[in-house]
Design a protein around this ligand. Sequence first.
Ligand code: ADP
Length: 260
Amino acid sequence: PRPDAPGRQRAAKAPPARLIIAVGSGKGGVGKSTVAANLAAACAKAGLATGLMDADIYGPSAPRLFGLTKVPGLKKSDAGIEPVEAHGVKVVSMGFLVGERDPVVWRGPMVTGAVRQFMDDVNWGGLDVLIVDMPPGTGDVQLALAQGTPITGAVVVSTPQNLALDDAKKAMALFERTRIPVLGMVENMSYFICPHCGEGSEIFGRGGARAEAEHLGIPFLGEIPLHPALREASDRGELIVLKGGPVAQAFERAADAMLH
Ligand code: ADP
């Protein structure tokens, strides 16, 4: 848009990051939050100033994934709401404001307000990359994001099963409708790596997401294997990408593809 176009005035404040990347999926349980957290940590590991905004207001995962379940709330300074740093990533999540077992019962406009605050009022401090962990499906959060700070693009996470792929296509259509370009697709749980013998097996059939991405003309960013160590690390609040091994390498390759 032209610099004097309406809506431009609101962007007077510097955006929180040079690159703002939304990580979404059509449905829950495909590992979207796990992928978002590890992509963020991979960026930080590569030396980029990185933040993760957990925009899943109703079901925040960042506190558990980053080992931050005991954070007693968010502090405010003159510069704004202060994010919490873990594994080299600055994190903000609704989970820091409500108890782990308290459901968030909010109407759409309140969710929109929370997302805008996380984007505009947090002292992100001039990041290179801000990863936004989107809630699954469609709705208020996508619209709230589309209305403010420009999002560089979206990464869509899918599993190889057809059903999950169909949902991923819907997620992509929604991003496109809200003018957020799709940067590419990551296939999670692509194949199983046996923790005993290290051998891979293709439980759901491999290559579905790659073929679908090619068909849709969007870049395929990589395959993340299904590995028990990934779930175990996540449950302990550790990020596997920082621990080395085949799963870590898969995340590093995907992050690299996402940034280029
Ligand atoms: P979503 O954000 O899509 O709802 P999560 O990231 O919360 O999904 O992941 C759902 C569950 O699957 C979690 O227990 C997570 O640890 C596990 N998981 C995700 N990806 C993998 C993987 N590649 N290998 C093993 N477990 C995984």
